[in-house]
Write a protein that binds this ligand. Structure first.
Ligand code: HEM
Length: 462
C-alpha cells in the first residue's frame, strides 16, 4: 500500500510548550470538602496502593462523590460520577492541565508525550500523532495483528495459558509491528520488559534509583528503549511504510518535529498502548471464558461477519457488535485506566464546593463504571447492556474507559480492532475454559491486571 509522504494536515505555526507553575494547596484551602488526611507523611497511600478499588469505594461511601485525601504530602480531590467526568474531561472552561495532573505519575519517564502537554501545544502534537491512526493505517495494522494472532493461536493451541502473559506478549508483538514497523520475531524479552518497567515505575513509591527499585529498572528501560529506537530513526524512508515511527520520521524530515519529540511520542504511545491494551485483552478473555453463552454468541457473530479470517477487513471486524460489547463490558468491570488526573490552573467550583488553583483533581472511571445509580446490577457481567436499546438514555460520561475531551484516547479504535481480531482467531477453533476454580483478584493501578497468573485453557473445538 502506498502511503502519502506526508498526510494532509492543516497546521499553524508550532506553538511553544508551556508548563504551568502550580501553587501548593493546603488543607485549609479545601476546608469544606469532606475527606481525610491518613497517616503522617504517606497519607492514605498504603491503603490506596494495596487495593485501589476498595479504597475508592470506601471513600465514596463515607464522604460522597466529592472528597479529598492526602497522599505523599499533597492534597488530592476526587470527583466521582458522570457529571464529574464531563466537567473535568471536557473542561469547557479551561480549568485543568493534564500535564500538571500526570506529571508526578508519568513526568519522569514520558516527558513530551501527549498527556504531558496542554493547550495549543498539545493540539498541535496530537494532530501529528493522530495521522498514524487513520483508516488506511488501521487496515494495514489489522493484517499485521492477524499474522501475530494466528501464530500465537497455533503455538498455544491445547495449552493452559497465563492469559495476562499472553495478552502482554501479543499486544507487544502488535505494537512492534504497528508502531515500529518491525517484524515482531525480532522483539526480545528485554524489549518487552523495558516497556513494562517504564509503566510500572509510574507508581513507584521510591523515585530515587536505588538498586533493585522500580525506578532503577525504569532508568535501565529508558536507555534500552533509546538504544532500540535510535537506529530505526536513522533508517531511510520507505514510502510504503504506514507505521507510527515512519510517519513521525517523515514529520521530522519535514521540520515539524525534532528527534527528541519523535522519541517521546513513540515511547509514550507504545507504553500507553501496551499496558492498557494488555489489560483490556486479559479482562475480555477472562469474562468470556467464564461465560460460555456469551462466548458462543461472540464466536458465531465473528464467524458470520468474517467468514475467512485470512481476509479480515476493517468493515468485517467493525460489524461485530457483540464482540465490541464484550470488550466494553470487560472495560466497564475492569477500567484499564482507573483514575485520570488533572491539576487546576485556576479557581473552580463544582457541586457546591470551591477549589483553589493548583488542586490535584482526579476523576474515577473505575468507580463510575460500578455505581449502582448509573448501572443496573453493576457487578454482573452483562455485555448486552451496551446494545443500542439498553444504552438509550445513558449518560455518555457514565462510561469513559477511554477518557474524553481533548485528551481522549487516540487508540480506542486500534484497541477494539485488536481485541476483536484476536477473538476471531482464538474462538474460531478453540473454547476458552477457566483453568482455575478460584476467581482472579484484580489490581487496579496503574492499569488493571490480575494479581498473579490467570490460567485459561485454549481447548481445541472438535
Ligand atoms: C483498551 C485500551 C486502552 C485504554 C483503556 C486507554 C485509555 C486511555 C485513556 C483513559 C486516556 C485519557 C487519559 C486522560 O485523559 O487523562 C488515553 C489517552 C491516550 N491513549 Fe489510550 N487507552 C488504550 C489503548 C491505547 C492504544 C492502543 C493507544 C495507541 C495506539 C493509546 C494511545 C493513547 C494516547 C496517545 C493517549 C493520549 C492522548 C492525548 O493526550 O491527547 N491508547 N488512553
Amino acid at each position: 500500500m502506498n502511503a502519502p509522504m506526508l498526510p494532509p494536515i492543516a497546521l499553524k505555526a508550532k506553538p511553544p510548550r508551556r508548563r504551568h507553575d502550580f501553587p501548593a494547596v493546603r488543607g485549609r484551602d479545601l476546608a469544606g470538602v469532606p475527606g481525610r488526611r491518613g497517616l503522617p507523611l504517606l497519607g492514605i497511600l498504603p491503603e490506596a496502593v494495596l487495593d485501589p478499588l476498595a479504597f475508592a469505594r470506601r471513600m465514596h461511601a463515607r464522604y460522597g462523590p466529592v472528597h479529598r485525601f492526602r497522599a505523599c504530602g499533597n492534597w488530592n480531590v476526587q470527583l466521582v460520577g458522570a457529571e464529574a467526568n464531563r466537567f473535568v474531561l471536557l473542561d469547557e472552561a479551561g480549568n485543568f492541565s493534564a500535564e500538571g495532573g500526570w506529571r508526578p505519575v508519568f513526568g519522569r519517564h514520558f516527558d513530551g508525550g501527549l498527556l504531558l502537554r496542554d493547550g495549543a501545544d498539545h493540539q498541535w502534537h496530537r494532530k501529528l500523532v493522530a495521522t498514524a491512526f487513520r483508516q488506511e493505517q488501521l487496515q494495514a495494522y489489522l493484517g499485521a495483528f492477524d499474522r501475530n494472532h494466528a501464530a500465537l493461536a497455533r503455538r498455544w493451541s491445547g495449552d493452559t495459558l497465563d492469559v495476562y502473559e499472553l495478552a502482554q506478549q501479543l499486544t507487544f508483538a502488535n505494537g512492534y509491528s504497528a508502531f515500529l514497523g518491525r517484524d515482531p520475531a525480532l522483539a526480545t524479552r528485554q524489549d518487552l520488559l523495558a516497556f513494562r518497567y517504564l509503566m510500572r515505575s509510574a507508581v513507584a513509591l521510591v523515585t530515587v534509583p536505588l538498586p533493585g527499585t522500580a525506578e532503577a529498572r525504569a532508568l535501565w528501560a529508558k536507555g534500552h528503549v533509546r538504544r532500540l529506537i535510535a537506529p530505526l530513526l536513522a533508517a531511510p524512508d520507505d514510502p510504503a511504510r504506514t507505521d507510527l515511527l515512519a510517519s513521525l520520521c517523515r514529520m521530522r524530515d519535514a521540520g515539524l518535529l525534532d528527534e527528541a519529540e519523535v522519541l517521546a511520542h513513540l515511547t509514550f504511545v507504545i507504553a500507553a498502548a501496551f499496558d492498557a491494551l494488555s489489560s483490556a485483552t486479559v479482562s475480555t478473555l477472562h469474562y468470556l471464558a467464564a461465560d460460555p453463552a456469551w462466548q458462543d454468541a461472540v464466536r458465531e457473530e465473528l464467524r458470520a461477519a468474517i467468514p475467512d479470517p485470512d481476509g479480515m477487513t476493517l468493515e468485517g471486524v467493525r460489524a461485530c457488535d457483540k464482540a465490541e460489547w464484550a470488550v466494553k463490558e470487560a472495560l466497564r468491570l475492569n477500567a484499564a485506566a482507573p483514575v485520570l488526573w488533572r491539576r487546576s490552573v485556576r479557581r473552580f467550583a463544582f457541586a457546591g464546593h470551591d477549589f483553589p488553583a493548583g488542586t490535584i483533581t482526579g476523576v474515577n472511571p473505575m468507580l463510575t463504571h460500578l455505581l449502582p445509580s448509573l448501572w443496573e446490577r453493576p457487578d454482573a457481567y452483562d455485555p448486552g447492556r451496551f446494545s443500542p436499546e439498553r444504552s438509550r438514555g445513558r449518560d455518555r460520561f457514565a462510561f469513559v474507559p477511554f477518557g474524553g475531551g481533548a485528551h481522549g484516547c487516540l487508540g480506542a479504535n486500534f484497541a477494539y480492532l485488536q481485541v476483536r481480531a484476536l477473538l476471531r482467531r482464538l474462538l474460531d477453533r478453540h473454547a476458552l475454559v477457566p483453568a482455575s476454580a478460584v476467581p482472579p483478584r484484580w489490581h487496579h493501578w496503574p492499569n488493571c491486571r490480575p494479581r498473579g497468573p490467570l490460567p485459561i485453557l485454549l481447548r481445541p473445538l472438535s
